[in-house]
Design a protein around this ligand. Structure first.
Ligand SMILES: Nc1ncnc2c1ncn2[C@@H]1O[C@H](COP(=O)(O)OP(=O)(O)OP(=O)(O)O)[C@@H](O)[C@H]1O
Ligand SMILES: [Mg+2]
Length: 180
């Protein structure tokens, strides 16, 4: 059963306290299925909002299979895995993307990032609360499904955008062995 613990409340506050100067709106993009367009929606929404004059930060929270930087044609030297390993600060891994959005890249193919301990997730979210950037909107591009990290990021957000796909269910015919 889900209980809204005070620890979870503290984590959520960390993500929302991104700007010292004005309140930050945190929006998570999520889906049950993979490959339905979360990263595409996140990147396009981030750029559209930036073009409307908002200060936007885009967090790649698909922690082990990240691709926001690739989709935006960016070259990220460091990412959240370096922050988790204590090799970089969150501030140091942020890069600038199209329309001036700030991108927080994550790692791809790093198994340990898929299984962050609750304390590491909490530390990461707290680190966002300590950033001094002026941000109006923080968009969080999540992994597919409802893993612990997805639920943690969703709980720390004001709104969750769920991307769905209307692809009709495929009926797969199973062929038996033997001669055709
Ligand atoms: N509206 C769309 N119409 C057609 N193709 C799309 C659309 N949105 C995304 N795609 C394509 O679908 C593929 C998956 O998109 P994307 O990476 O955004 O999905 P995702 O939900 O983030 O995937 P993952 O669950 O792996 O993170 C990409 O090849 C993308 O170009
Ligand atoms: Mg994605």
């Amino acid at each position: 059963m889900y209980t809204h613990s005070s620890e979870a409340t503290d984590q959520a506050a960390g993500l929302r306290r991104l700007s010292r100067y004005r309140p930050v709106k945190v929006m998570a993009v999520a889906s049950g299925k993979g490959g339905v367009g979360k990263t595409t929606v996140s990147a396009n929404l981030a750029i559209m909002l930036a073009r409307q004059g908002k200060q936007v930060m885009l967090l790649d929270a698909d922690l082990g299979l990240a691709n926001v930087d690739v989709m935006l044609g960016l070259n990220a030297r460091q990412n959240l895995s370096h922050v988790i390993a204590g090799e970089a600060t969150l501030e140091e891994v942020i890069i600038e993307g199209p329309a001036g959005i700030r991108v927080v890249p994550s790692a791809s193919g790093k198994h340990n990032m898929l299984n962050l301990a609750a304390t590491e997730q909490a530390g990461l979210i707290r680190a966002f609360g300590e950033l001094t950037h002026d941000v109006d909107i923080l968009l969080v591009d999540n992994a597919a499904g409802i893993s612990d990290s997805v639920v943690t990021f969703a709980r720390a957000s004001h709104e969750v955008i769920v991307v769905v796909c209307d692809e009709p269910r495929r009926h797969t015919r199973v062929h038996g062995g033997g001669a055709a």
